[in-house]
Every structure is written in C-alpha cells, then in structure tokens.
Design a protein around this ligand. Structure first.
Ligand SMILES: NC(=O)c1ccc[n+]([C@@H]2O[C@H](COP(=O)([O-])OP(=O)(O)OC[C@H]3O[C@@H](n4cnc5c(N)ncnc54)[C@H](OP(=O)(O)O)[C@@H]3O)[C@@H](O)[C@H]2O)c1
Length: 226
C-alpha cells in the first residue's frame, strides 16, 4: 500500500521505517526535501540528522508535503501539532479527500516552556479541528498516547501486553487503522468511538509527560486492565 508520512521527526521516522519494513511504499513529507536531506547535525533534542536516517532507509522516499499526500492511499500526520493544520493545507485538500488520515499529533503548546500546555482541550481536539478543516478526509486518531519507539514496536515492551486507542467517525477507516496497528504488533487496540474521543486521548498528554518525568524514561505505556 502507498503511505504518505507527513513529518520528519522521530515519529515520522519511526512510522515510515516500520511501514517500509512491512514492504509498503512510503514517501515522507517535509517543507523542503533538499534542505531536510542535507541536515547533517543532530536536532535540538539530540536526534540524529535526517540525512543519516534516510541514508539507512533507502526505500523511503522524501518529497514535499503535497507530493507525499498525493502519492498516498493512507496519510499519517506526524507533524508538530501547532503547525499541523498549516501542513495539511500545504498537503492540499484534494490530496487528502477520501483518504484515511492517521493523526498522531498532539496539541502541545511549548510557548511557556516545559511542561507544555494543550492549546485545545475538553470541548474540542486537534483531530476534530483536522476533520472540520478537511471534511472529506477520514481522520482516525491513534498512537498519540505512546512514545515513537513503542508505537511501532509494542512487543519490545512487556510483550505488547498494553493498550492503544483508536477513534474516528468512519468505521471503515478505523478498521483499516486497526489492521495496520495489528501489523505493528498491537494486541490490545481499544475503539473509543467517534472522533470526539480524541479529546480524552490528547488530554492524556499531561499525565504522560508527568509519568515520563517520574519514571525517567519515555519507554512505557498505559495498560487498561478489565
Ligand atoms: N515524540 C514522540 O515520541 C511522540 C509520541 C506521540 C505523539 N507525538 C506527536 O507526534 C508529532 C510529531 O512529533 P515529532 O517529535 O516526531 O516531530 P515534531 O518536531 O513535533 O514535528 C516535526 C515536523 O513538523 C514540521 N514543522 C515544524 N515546524 C513547521 C512549520 N513552521 N511549518 C511546517 N512544518 C513544520 C517539520 O517539518 P520539516 O520536515 O520541514 O522540518 C517536521 O516534519 C507531534 O505532534 C508530537 O506531539 C510525538
């Protein structure tokens, strides 16, 4: 299947790399492919330069946001939440229409430093903002409640005996995303219902960030015990 992964950060890399390993045709989206490919220094968070990553993943294409979305049958939004709507507009409404858009982004506002606050919550969510802006897209919120490394390799953490959530208004889109998550190794995939459930999934972030500080690692996840 053809995927467009919008975003070249740790999340975009993790998902694109995993999709390519599963033999999918993956194109990542960025503002300026030439500039992104040429980055030779680690980013502000110490992540290795994109150029080194893509050199190790020769099967993954790099294109503009619009080219990556046009290429895709399924689009993954792995961009900074504050610019997500701008990026999706750059990707182009026509290139998203009718497609599953997996929204992994979180509405984090770092303008007052760490910990960030949420710039939308309680009565709305980033995923719903995306769905309203692009009504023909089939938005599914997923994977935003865990770390990039865990997203694509849940089995590395307690044998995947932990939980991940999906929500969205389109049952067929959720079924496609659920099938993909199973390929990633997820066993406990909980359907939270329509896209308003993204409010809760995004509002888990303040708790997630506190847990990261207390546990001194980002490699953990929520497990829902029944
Ligand atoms: N880090 C995690 O483990 C984790 C876990 C769950 C959810 N998330 C969420 O996943 C998303 C991606 O996180 P990340 O850490 O991989 O990457 P990120 O640093 O939040 O975002 C990277 C992407 O945002 C784009 N971007 C930044 N500023 C832009 C601007 N002004 N205009 C257009 N595009 C811009 C960059 O474009 P270029 O490629 O052009 O530079 C890049 O592709 C975030 O919403 C984050 O909250 C992260």
């Amino acid at each position: 299947m053809r995927f467009g992964v919008l975003g070249t950060g740790v999340v975009g890399r993790a998902i694109a790399g995993r999709l390519a390993a599963l033999q999918h045709d993956v194109r990542m989206g960025t503002r300026d492919p030439g500039k992104t490919r040429a980055v030779a220094e680690p980013d502000a968070r110490g992540n290795p330069p994109f150029g080194a990553w893509v050199a190790r993943h020769p099967g993954v294409g790099l294109a503009t946001f619009a080219e990556a979305a046009a290429h895709a049958e399924i689009v993954v939004n792995a961009t900074n939440g504050e610019v997500t709507l701008d990026v999706l507009h750059a990707a182009g409404e026509a290139n998203l229409a009718g497609k599953v858009v997996i929204d992994v982004a979180n509405p984090l506002d770092f303008s007052s430093g760490f910990p960030p606050t949420l710039f939308v919550k309680d009565t709305d969510s980033l995923a719903e903002q995306i769905q309203r802006a692009f009504p023909a897209a089939r938005v599914v919120k997923a994977l935003n409640t865990t770390n990039a490394a865990v997203m694509v390799d849940p089995g590395a953490l307690s044998g995947a005996n932990h939980s991940i959530f999906v929500c969205g208004n389109d049952a067929g889109a959720k079924a496609e995303v659920t099938a993909l998550l199973r390929r990633f190794g997820w066993l406990d995939i909980i359907d939270l219902g329509d896209l308003t459930a993204a409010r809760g999934a995004e509002m888990l972030l303040p708790l997630w960030l506190r847990l990261m500080q207390s546990l001194k690692t980002p490699i953990f996840n929520f497990r829902i015990v029944r």
